[in-house]
Unconditional design. Structure first.
Length: 405
């Protein structure tokens, strides 16, 4: 819906200004007149230049989404009409991208759309889980309860992501520093030593010759090496976007000795948390499994969930096909079987999710404590190797001089 900016005088003769949305300028002017505004200036609102560059627009952070959902739930629980609640949330939203999205949702609801249909048009902000839970809340008349559950779910998932991301950041920083240090030594430090050794005309150790050759290669082909690394990174990203590439990399990640177990535990925590939230909100289990599979983040786990879903659709219990996938630990499938037998599957899934959240915390701490000394040793050995290779000829020359003396 187009927006217009205006300036004018109210009934008391005081200067007023603002924005108004309407289908066309005539309707917008009529709305202002009804409010008692004597219009002095009226024109279409200029478009934000960022609207022409979608890639440069900021996204909606999980923190913004959690605050929005919490406040939305409180307003609905207090009895505020849906449109009024959305209008208030739009006005107080500081994120311009999210502000625009809330405004579009508000207009869609005003025009007769359900809230779930309105948010469905923004898949980059509201995923399938969010849409389905809101739809269940609207049908059941418990939208405020559903929104509270969603906020808790997003918060816990964000904490899990933050923990894992923090564990990945440290080794990335150390390896980057190691690469930079080695590059500086090869390109700037070793050539100085190499010039001195060549002027001396002494016979150099094989280790020193090898490092000097590596230095010469790095100096001569530095730009090609850099271009090759960038090309390899871009190629990997493109390969990862293909179905086969993603399947191969996901399988390798799950089988990796250091990170595989962590990835599996994160997947189990996410699966049980998501499915438990959906079941407790009244979403049918087959529909819930479809959404959980689509949001699993790993093709191997997604395929396993879909196979289990097809088996469950044929009438089998939930735990059995999940066990047969060999993706989920035995303890998880046994607890699911108990929850299914007692009619408290959603509660059991939430308990499993809480347990695996703790397991992820422990695994991340263990991984960090294991990687830290390994990376420090790697950095020390790499730099030490280069320095020893350069100092060996100096030791030899000093030894020759002392014997001659």
């Amino acid at each position: 819906m187009p927006a217009y900016v205006w300036k004018g005088l109210d009934r008391n003769g005081k200067k007023q200004s603002g924005e108004i949305e309407a289908d066309n300028p005539t309707i917008a002017r009529q709305l202002l007149v009804r409010k008692g505004i004597n219009i002095k200036s009226f024109k279409p609102k200029p478009k934000d230049i960022m609207e022409y560059f979608p890639a440069l627009q900021g996204g909606v952070k999980e923190k913004d989404l959690v605050i929005f959902v919490r406040q939305f739930s409180t307003m609905i629980d207090a009895g505020l009409p849906l449109v009024q609640a959305l209008e208030i949330l739009q006005e107080q939203q500081s994120n311009p991208t999210f502000k625009r999205i809330i405004g579009q949702i508000k207009r869609d609801v005003e025009e007769g759309s359900t809230l779930s249909d309105a948010i469905k048009r923004h898949p980059n902000t509201f995923d399938g889980l969010f849409v389905n839970l809101v739809a269940a809340g609207e049908v059941g008349g418990i939208l405020d309860v559903i929104l509270n559950r969603l906020a808790s779910y997003i918060e816990k998932l964000a904490q899990l992501k933050k923990k894992v991301k923090g564990a990945m950041t440290y080794p990335g920083i150390v390896i980057s520093i190691a690469v930079i240090v080695v590059a500086v030594i090869l390109i700037y430090v070793i050539p100085v030593f190499a010039g001195l050794f060549r002027d001396a005309g002494a016979k150099l150790p094989s280790l020193t010759v090898m490092v000097m050759s590596a230095s010469d290669f790095a100096q001569s082909y530095f730009h090609w090496i850099l271009l090759g690394l960038v090309g390899a990174f871009v190629g990997f990203k493109k390969f990862r976007k293909t179905a086969r590439g993603r399947d191969i990399t996901d399988r390798l990640l799950l089988r990796s000795p250091v990170f595989g177990m962590l990835v599996r535990k994160v997947a189990v925590a996410r699966f049980t948390r998501t499915l438990g939230t959906m079941l407790s909100s009244g979403v049918p289990i087959l529909e819930g499994l479809d959404i959980v599979a689509a949001t699993s983040g790993n093709t191997v786990i997604e395929s396993a969930i879909r196979k289990a879903r097809n088996a469950i659709a044929e009438g089998r219990p939930v735990a059995e096909p999940l066990y047969e996938t060999n993706v989920f630990p035995v303890m998880v499938t046994q607890m699911i079987a108990v929850g299914e037998a007692t009619g408290a599957l959603d509660t059991m899934l939430s308990k499993i999710a809480d347990f695996y959240d703790e397991e992820v915390n422990v695994a991340v701490d263990s991984l960090t404590s294991l990687l830290e000394p390994m990376l420090i040793v790697f950095l020390g050995v790499t730099v030490g190797f280069l320095l020893i290779a350069m100092y060996l000829p100096i030791f030899q020359i000093a030894d020759v001089v002392s014997r001659g003396g």
